[in-house]
Design a protein around this ligand. Structure first.
Ligand code: DP6
Length: 349
């Protein structure tokens, strides 16, 4: 490390993730009402550099920049976030921080930028704090807990491959506070799965996820939904382990449509799919019938579609997207991603 007056820095690249069983509904300090499982992505990531030095004065400690531009709304959100996590990483109390972050995908592309963003920040803060004092838990477990406090789905992005977050009987050593990797229980066909993200709209979200989650309280289908998620997780665990792609398709699509069904039947309701979303879903279903290739669609809380398929079908699926789906996407935008190995650190000091 340099002298006390100079800035040191750490840099983490952390990917977004796509949920297969969805997290929708939370309580307490960002704890999930049901366990969820996701694939961590590869090309869709945030790259976050945190500059740090000993505090020179009582002045506020934080400066935040997105793509080289100060952003007041984000800065406020990060400042609140830091207030919440200094309890876990007290070393931060004595530091000044400058955070610079960039995403490889458009901010509004409907890809969970909060998952990649908060996991990258949490990992960076853990790297810094551990230079001054031992972390309260193992490194990635601490980072997952802290990422969760920024955004629930971010808890899953600190690991690569298949990741589980939340207590469930179907896996060992699960917790609501942090995610765990479950790659040893995954058939090789899924380890190289592809995810082509079809950008139907790059508009601002119609409903913030925090409001969306809160609408699960006293939702007419509240209890049925959490029971369904638990059963889907049980079935998915088996499908992932045995490489059963037919079952995988059924569960993943059931989860996506159930998530949207919850939003459509909450009070107030939200209908986030666009006509193009439905057109694409019908075409995917028809293509699967015709070609007998196990492709699955899933959606987050927005109109964009993630198309999941095995690596072996890549050439055919790219042609299908180009010929039949791309024209329903906003400016024909498609991001071809895949299951990735997880975050990477670049220690610059
Ligand atoms: C539909 O993680 O964005 O993508 O915890 O309020 O930040 P907060 O919510 P967030 O919710 C993600 C919901 C989802 C499903 C999922 O990723 O599991």
């Amino acid at each position: 490390m340099n002298t006390e007056m100079n800035w040191n820095s750490v840099c983490w690249k952390s990917p977004s993730n796509i949920a297969l069983v969805k997290y929708w509904g939370k309580y307490g300090q960002q704890l999930p009402r049901n366990a969820s499982i996701s694939f961590t992505l590869d090309k869709s990531y945030s790259q976050t550099t945190i500059f740090f030095r000993k505090r020179q004065s009582d002045q506020l400690l934080l400066d935040f920049q997105l793509k080289g531009q100060s952003n007041e709304a984000f800065q406020l959100r990060i400042a609140k976030y830091l207030d919440r996590i200094v309890e876990t990483l007290p070393a931060l109390n004595d530091l000044e921080l400058r955070i610079e972050t960039e995403n490889t995908f458009p901010h509004s592309a409907g890809i969970a930028s909060s998952a990649s963003g908060f996991s990258a920040i949490a990992l960076g803060l853990c790297s810094i704090a551990e230079k001054y004092e031992p972390l309260p838990r193992e490194f990635f477990q601490t980072a997952s807990c802290l990422a969760r406090l920024g955004s629930g789905s971010a808890a899953r992005s600190v690991y690569g491959g298949a990741v589980l977050w939340g207590e469930t009987n179907w896996y060992q050593q699960t917790a609501n506070e942090y995610a765990i990797p479950v790659n040893t229980e995954i058939h090789p066909v899924f380890a190289s799965y592809r995810d082509s993200i079809l950008i139907v709209s790059d508009g601002i979200k119609a409903v913030s996820s925090t409001i969306g989650h809160s609408l699960m309280h006293e939702h007419d289908f509240e209890h049925a939904r959490f029971a369904q998620a638990d059963q889907n997780l049980k079935k998915l665990q088996m499908a992932l382990q045995t490489g059963n792609q037919t079952e995988f398709v059924q569960i993943v699509e059931n989860e996506a449509l159930s998530l949207h069904a919850m939003m459509m039947t909450s009070k107030p309701w939200f209908l986030l799919m666009k006509p193009e979303t439905l057109e694409i879903i019908h075409r995917i279903s028809y293509y699967r019938e015709r070609k007998k290739i196990p492709i699955a669609f899933t959606l987050d809380a927005g109109p964009n579609i993630h198309l999941l398929y095995p690596e072996s079908a890549e050439t055919e699926i790219h042609a299908f997207i180009h010929e039949e789906l791309e024209s329903f996407c906003y400016q024909k935008q498609v991001i071809h991603d895949k299951v990735g190995a997880g975050p990477k650190v670049f220690d610059l000091s």
